[in-house]
Design a protein around this ligand. Structure first.
Ligand SMILES: Cc1ncc(COP(=O)(O)O)c(C=O)c1O
Length: 444
């Protein structure tokens, strides 16, 4: 199907009748669907490249890569064939070595920056984060952690302790976990007299936390390089270099959770490369297997002994299908020059988002790095009051026009597959622009 025919919407109502009926059947049993599914209960049947087709035959353009996962588009032939090969020959053999695992490990440390050379493989982002927590404790002999307001690290015990607790399962933060604010250039806590963000003030506050809140046993600072769940929030450029020095001076580890931002999403293997900072511990997931559950916890070579001590054995981590998916995904990124493509798309996205900000008063802020974007909708640019109602409506409106995506509240989060071509990317931007325009006219 050519771009001119996409998106292709064939039912009068979107989602169509088959989607609606299927969702009703499933949701009678499956509890806890995300807010995005509840607001737009579509039932997908197949995915190919940057398109998704639902059970009614409507074809959408995917502007979120599932949930930051299918960076190479759906069912990339090389990835699908690699998984199929091992689905027929060797699906699981505990954590014994296989050739495909060996090749993946060598490839992974080859593409990652610095001396990130000790790897363990897991099957979800959360379990990789848990491994990172175990490692930081084993490597330092300390047990406490600092993490940041509005970061997200997954849903196991320690991962939820690193983030905001939901009332339905909190307050259960594990002892020794402390949260601190991080600089958000659009909503800063600390600024200089000229209005620019004061990064040093954040670090000064962290020192106060060390002295007043912790017992002085902090093993690591854990944070997302760019906040994903919170709405694609980018740090000021001096934050990570200064935080690296701050950690080094206090003998505290820097743990970057790159489950969402890693493996090409921002046009580099790690988002931290944008600030020339090598973390001590990194977690990767989502795009690593392009849809096949495979994740990694990677640490500096010098932590080899400590990594050894926490043991890598799990039921599924590093199984041959998972390793094949990850190896193929990395190879595709190299062969198809997708880091370069993500950077080229950034230029187009920046231009279009800047224009939206200039034309739509409800657009308070726009941000983009590679193929990771955020558009913040506000009721008033002065007060910056979040415009939740507009966020929901723009989400639904764009979906009805054929854009499959997963914004969050008043922030339109966007993460298209990094294989997308410029013409398709421009078409997706048209849909978003049009939807913001319609909602703005209706609500203001
Ligand atoms: C930064 C980050 N860390 C960890 C996780 C948890 O990953 P998973 O859902 O694969 O367990 C996520 C998931 O969205 C994430 O965005």
């Amino acid at each position: 199907m050519g771009l001119a025919q996409l998106p292709r919407l064939v039912t009068k109502d979107i989602p169509g009748p088959k989607s609606t009926a299927m969702h009703q059947r499933a949701s009678a049993i499956m509890k806890g669907y995300s807010s995005q599914v509840k607001l737009f209960p579509v039932c997908f049947e197949k995915g190919e490249g940057v398109t998704l087709t639902d059970v009614d035959g409507n074809v959408y353009l995917d502007f979120s890569s599932g949930i930051y996962v299918t960076n190479l588009g759906h069912c990339h032939p090389k990835v699908s064939e690699a998984v199929a090969k091992y689905a027929k020959t060797l699906m699981n053999c505990h954590d014994f070595t296989t050739q495909v695992k060996t090749e993946l490990l060598e490839k992974l440390v080859d593409v990652l920056p610095g001396d990130l050379g000790a790897v363990q493989l897991y099957d979800s982002g959360t379990t990789a984060v848990e491994a990172g927590i175990r490692l930081c404790r084993a490597a330092t002999g300390r047990h406490e952690f600092l993490s940041c307001f509005r970061d997200f690290h997954g849903k196991t015990g320690h991962a939820v302790s690193l983030a905001r607790m939901k009332p339905s399962y909190g307050p259960t933060r594990a002892p020794g976990f402390y949260m601190v604010p991080r600089p958000d250039p659009y909503r800063p806590h600390f600024t200089h007299a000229d209005g620019t963000i004061d990064t040093d003030a954040y670090l000064k506050l962290y020192d106060e936390f060390l002295a007043e809140a912790t017992t002085g046993q902090v093993a690591a600072v854990v944070l997302e390089p760019i906040q994903g769940w919170a709405g694609s929030i980018f740090p000021p450029d001096d934050f990570f270099p200064k935080l690296r020095t701050w950690c080094d001076e206090r003998n505290i580890l820097l743990f970057a959770d790159e489950v969402l931002t890693g493996v090409g999403r921002t046009g580099t293997w790690l988002a931290m490369e944008h600030w020339d900072v090598v973390p001590d511990v990194v977690t990767l997931g989502k795009g690593l297997g392009n849809g096949f559950p495979v994740t990694a916890m990677v640490a500096r070579e010098s932590f080899g002994e400590a990594v050894e001590s926490i043991s890598a054995s799990t039921s599924y981590g590093g199984n041959p299908m998972a390793c094949a998916a990850a190896l193929a995904s990395i190879e595709v990124i190299e062969e198809e020059k997708l880091l370069e493509n993500a950077k080229c798309l950034e230029v187009l996205f920046r231009k279009r988002l800047d224009r939206m900000k200039a034309e739509h008063p409800i657009v308070g802020d726009v941000r983009v790095l590679g193929c990771l974007m955020g558009v913040e909708l506000v009721r008033d640019r002065e007060t910056q009051e979040p415009f939740e109602e507009a966020g929901k409506l723009v989400y639904q409106r764009a979906f009805q026009k054929g854009l499959a995506w997963v914004p969050a509240g008043h922030i339109l989060r966007m993460s298209p597959p990094i294989i997308m071509d410029e013409a398709t990317a421009a078409k997706c931007m048209d849909i978003i622009d049009e939807s913001i325009g319609e909602v703005e006219r209706e609500l203001t």
